[in-house]
Each structure stands twice: as structure tokens, then as C-alpha cells.
Design a protein around this ligand. Structure first.
Ligand code: PEP
Ligand code: MG
Length: 324
């Protein structure tokens, strides 16, 4: 079994009828790059940069951030590395930044924090731009809730690029910029946001939490946290459709991407990329290589007509059991 999975590392994630879904990995430290390369990932789909801020009491300097981003980008080159700007606040606690709130999940988090602490944010953007010449960097913004917020971060990025030009600091002029779609208002406005960015990545960990109004860390209500809730699946379907109508690719980087029970469904829903922990990648690749895109699409179409997560979960478990 192990040998068989191991062999998957050099193969593509292509269905029996030739449809490829790119499989990438999620990382939070540069030490995870080796594992990503070993499993033959098509790139890093999510580098959670906030972990650099969680490892010490002081904010990492521009130099320190540059070194870490460069190391990851260089090691993966020519494959792309998507670095997400800091997503602190919410469930990601960083002490010393003055985030202490009654309702952190709906609070001062991610780009909301960054836009009011531009001193911290611009240091990160400069470090990212400087590192972009060492391979293929893509920048991604977390927790975008609407077009004003997206415009604001894009404007700031342009401003920092201008500063770099003035200071003759080289950066990749074709750097791709994307947004996470993980807030229901962003999902509902996906057609508007798609016109502003080069790619989407769906953060289902948060999208499920906010769509169903269920705290992702609360054990008492964990039974309500259902990836197969029709409301969640309809939302994902709409985001994919809006992305494709606007000719941009769409990835999914929440835990759902690593769940073998979700793989065929997500491929069938038209996701272009799935990004997950490297320990799950070969298993997901193996599953995708053994089904056709045609049957995956039929599965997606069928369950999207169902009216409850219970029915959908049961149906998918049986569907998978019959084949694997
Ligand atoms: C998500 O919300 O699905 C996601 C990938 O981001 P995080 O889990 O870091 O919030
Ligand atoms: Mg998230």
C-alpha cells in the first residue's frame, strides 16, 4: 500500500478521462517545503504567514520575513507559492498586538487588522515583493468581505510597489494576486471580486463557520459544522461558476480539500486546484486518478439537488464505498 502511494508522487492528478486537478500543499513553516516537494505537489497553495508572527513576542522584521519567503519560493521554483498575508485575530491568537475582544471571530482579524495597522502590513508587503524575484510568488488576502476592502489592499500593494520602484528594489512585475473567499458576503459578491484579482481560493474552514454560524472551535456545536450542508455546497458552486465566468482559476484550501470523501465531489464541482497538508496529497491523487471527470460531475450534480447534509453524507459514503 505504502509503495503504491509512494509511486503517486511522480504522477499527475488526472482523472481517467484526462481532466487534471492541481494538488498543492498548505504549509505554515519553511521546514514543510521538503515534504511538499517529496509528494510531488504542484506548488504551495497556502502559506499561512501568520505563524511567523506567532513564534515570537516581537513582530518579525522585514529582513526576517524576506529570508523565510525567499527560502520557500526558491525551494519550490519554478512551481508557484501562494503566500497569504497575515491572518491574525479570530482563532489565531498573537499576544502583544492588542487584540483582545469579546467576539474575535467577527472581530479585528486578518485584512481588517492589516488595514488599520499599515505599519505592520507594509513591512510584510515589502518583504513579499523583494522575495518575488526568486521564483513564482502569488500573494493572497484573507477574510476579504467586500469590494471596498479588496480595493484598499490592492491599492496599498500598488503603493508599496511604487516605493520599491523608487528605491530600485526589484520585484516580479507579473506577480499574481488573489483573494480568499471565506466570508459569505464575499461568496455572494464573487462575480464582483473576480474582476479584480487573478485567482480565488475558497477557505472552507471559515466559509462553513460563517455560513452556518457555527464557531469552528466550539465542541458543543461541532455536530452543526457540516461541509456537506447544502448551503455550503451551493455557495462553493456559485463561487466556482463566478470565477470561471470571469476566466480566473479557483482553488480550495480548507480542510475539505484533504478529506478523501470530498475529493471526487470537489473535482466534479469544477475546482481547478485543491490545497491540503502534504500527508493527504497522495491519497487524494490516488482517488482522483481512479475516477472519470464525467462521473465526478454527475455525482456533484446529483448531490447538489439533495436537501440535507445527512442525505448527502450518506450518499457520498456509499458512492465511495462502492468504488474504493
Ligand atoms: C480556511 O478558512 O479554510 C483557511 C484555509 O484558512 P484558515 O484555516 O487558516 O483560517
Ligand atoms: Mg480562513
Amino acid at each position: 500500500h505504502e509503495v503504491e502511494l509512494h509511486q503517486m508522487a511522480v504522477l499527475s492528478s488526472t482523472t481517467t478521462d484526462g481532466h487534471e486537478v492541481l494538488l498543492k500543499t498548505n504549509i505554515q513553516t519553511s521546514s514543510e517545503v521538503e515534504a511538499a516537494k517529496a509528494c510531488g505537489a504542484s506548488g504551495i497553495g497556502l502559506f499561512r504567514s501568520e505563524f511567523l508572527f506567532m513564534e515570537s513576542l516581537e513582530n518579525p522584521s522585514e529582513e526576517r520575513q524576506f529570508e523565510v519567503y525567499k527560502q520557500v519560493i526558491e525551494a519550490m521554483a519554478p512551481k508557484p507559492v501562494t503566500i497569504r498575508t497575515i491572518d491574525i485575530g479570530g482563532d489565531k491568537v498573537v499576544s502583544g498586538l492588542g487584540i483582545d475582544e469579546k467576539n474575535p471571530i467577527l472581530g479585528w482579524r486578518a485584512v481588517r487588522f492589516c488595514l488599520s495597522r499599515k505599519d505592520i502590513f507594509t513591512v510584510q508587503l515589502r518583504a513579499l515583493l523583494r522575495a518575488s524575484v526568486y521564483g513564482k510568488l502569488q500573494i493572497m488576502f484573507p477574510m476579504i468581505s467586500g469590494v471596498e476592502e479588496l480595493n484598499a489592499v490592492l491599492h496599498l500593494l500598488e503603493h508599496v510597489k511604487g516605493e520599491c520602484r523608487n528605491e530600485h528594489i526589484p520585484f516580479d512585475p507579473d506577480i499574481k494576486v488573489g483573494t480568499m473567499i471565506e466570508v459569505p458576503s464575499a461568496a455572494l459578491c464573487a462575480d464582483i471580486l473576480a474582476k479584480k484579482v487573478d485567482f480565488f481560493s475558497i477557505g472552507t474552514n471559515d466559509l462553513i463557520q460563517y455560513t452556518i454560524a457555527v464557531d469552528r472551535g466550539n465542541e458543543k456545536i461541532a455536530y452543526l459544522y457540516q461541509p456537506f450542508h447544502p448551503g455550503v455546497l451551493r455557495s462553493i458552486k456559485m463561487i466556482v461558476q463566478m470565477a470561471h465566468e470571469n476566466n480566473i482559476p479557483v482553488s480550495l484550501c480548507g480542510e475539505m480539500a484533504s478529506d478523501p470523501f470530498c475529493s471526487v465531489l470537489l473535482a466534479g464541482m469544477g475546482l481547478d486546484e485543491l490545497s491540503m497538508g502534504s500527508q493527504s496529497l497522495l491519497q487524494v491523487r490516488k482517488i482522483l486518478r481512479s475516477v472519470s471527470y464525467k462521473e465526478a460531475k454527475a455525482l456533484a450534480e446529483h448531490v447538489l439537488d439533495m436537501d440535507s447534509y445527512l442525505t448527502i453524507t450518506t450518499y457520498i459514503r456509499e458512492w465511495m464505498h462502492d468504488r474504493f
